[in-house]
Design a protein around this ligand. Structure first.
Ligand code: LLP
Length: 431
């Protein structure tokens, strides 16, 4: 019976060797996306840079891949910063994000010498100025351009009233720019926007570019401020089926679908407004890793009811919370039956004690049996990184595959890891 091969490795064999659920990442796909970003963005536009948004998927091995591929890293917490630095990523190629950075996180960013701090609000700006006394830290100010892209409302970030950044219009932002210009400790290089995630059309990004170009002109005229750098964030969408899935594959969205019109618009806007074109950074997360990843599950039970057949697997919302959080849709195959035609409609249910823990609602599969290995596609982004221990399920291992070779890059949590940190007090207060 033909089996699913991923990164040259037999998925049934991987499931047997490493257990299930199992995240499997194809290194070649990650590196191909990095190469596309270099070829179609970095090498095309002078001064361009790419910072991989590490929140999508971050482990020590992933840090190494991004370093070898010559990209920068976007981190959003002390934990992501620590992971990057522990794997010896150069701090100068790290940018530090966060809408509620702690003093400790800012201190760590400053003392380790990150390349850019992306400042999200006035209070942070003033605190950073104090903490940076005696140094000079390069910063960008994050703005919310006021566009609402067509995606799930939980992952829209640059709309009017967003918790992220400064509203692009008005005095609050101008006051921040004046503050930064007058600070001996901070160098304001320019502005950042990230309008949201899982966006499939480029119009919202392009409109945001127009709005930051207008901002740059306004600040030049009103304050004499020159914008040297812009950061256009990420958000580039990823479908349900990766292009290298046997028989089913769909081509991925090319990065240039977004970056070409953004860069062309920026160039034209700057020319029309008499501005020097700032250098531009982008921060793709999902687009780099989503299609590299699959998750393997073992079928524990098949329940055929009138009107619906539930296939119960050994994972669910703890390893992939996205269906329940964002109604995210996924595609799957039976890894040990890829040659068989789909003959029944089933619902793939997670094993958590919640009706909402459904991984895939209604999918056509070959006849499913206990012990089958289900492979869910495009789980490389925001699955491992958002995993929890709900119902005390251990976090799955992550295996990196390439050309038939497999390396475990994150070990599965064992029972001891599950109890790590638990303490039983010597005396309970009511005893
Ligand atoms: N830059 C900034 C400042 C961001 O906040 C994000 C994502 C990115 C870049 C990368 O976005 P991407 O290229 O991956 O779309 N957990 C959600 C996604 C939240 C994304 C938050 N910010 C999900 O699973 O869909």
């Amino acid at each position: 019976m033909p089996r699913l091969i991923w990164g040259g490795a037999d998925c049934v064999e991987l499931a047997r060797r490493y257990g299930t659920p199992l995240y499997v990442m194809d290194e070649a796909v990650i590196r191909a996306r990095c190469a596309e970003a270099r070829r179609n963005f970095l090498e095309k536009w002078p001064g361009a840079s790419v910072c991989y948004a590490s929140k999508a998927f971050l482990t020590a091995a992933m840090v190494r891949i991004i370093d070898q591929e010559g990209l920068g890293l976007d981190v959003v917490s002390g934990g992501e910063l620590h992971t990057a630095l522990s794997a010896e990523f150069p701090a100068s190629r790290i940018e530090m994000h966060g809408n509620a950075k702690s003093e400790g996180e800012l201190r760590a960013a400053l003392s380790r010498g990150v390349g850019r701090v992306i400042v999200d609000g006035q209070m942070e700006l003033e605190l950073l100025d104090e903490l940076a006394a005696g140094k000079r830290q390069d910063i960008l100010i994050r703005v919310a351009p006021g566009v609402t892209p067509n995606t799930h409302s939980h992952i829209v970030t640059g709309h009017k009233g967003s918790k992220f950044g400064f509203p692009i219009e008005g005095r609050i932002l101008e006051d921040a720019v004046v503050f930064a210009m007058n600070s001996p400790n901070l160098t304001l290089k320019g502005f950042h926007f990230h309008i949201g995630s899982q966006i499939f059309e480029n119009g919202f990004h392009v409109e945001s570019v127009r709005r930051v170009a207008a901002l740059a002109e306004r600040l030049k005229n009103v304050l004499g401020f020159e914008t040297d750098e812009l950061n256009f964030g990420g958000g580039f969408g990823v479908g349900k089926i990766p292009e290298n899935a046997p028989a089913l594959g769909e081509p991925h969205l090319p990065l240039a679908l977004f970056t070409d019109p953004m860069m062309e618009t920026l160039t034209a806007e700057c020319e029309a407004r008499g501005l020097k074109r700032p250098s531009v950074c982008i921060e793709p997360g999902r687009w780099i890793v989503a299609e590299a990843g699959i998750t393997l599950y073992k079928v524990e039970t098949v329940k055929r009811l009138p009107g619906v057949t539930y296939v119960g697997v050994d994972g669910g919302m703890p390893d992939n919370p996205r269906p329940s959080l964002y109604q995210a849709a996924y595609e799957a195959v039976i890894a040990n039956k890829t040659g068989l035609p789909a003959s029944e409609k089933v619902t793939i249910a997670g094993k958590c004690c919640e009706t909402g823990d459904i991984l895939i609602e209604s999918i056509a599969l070959p006849p499913v049996e206990r012990g089958d290995i289900i492979a869910v596609f495009n789980t490389g982004a925001y699955n491992f990184s958002m995993a929890s221990n709900y119902n005390r399920l251990p976090r799955p291992a992550v295996v990196l595959v390439n050309d038939g070779r497999a390396d475990e890059i994150v070990a599965r949590q064992d029972e001891a890891a599950l109890l790590l940190g638990d303490r039983i007090p010597e005396r309970f207060f009511y005893l």
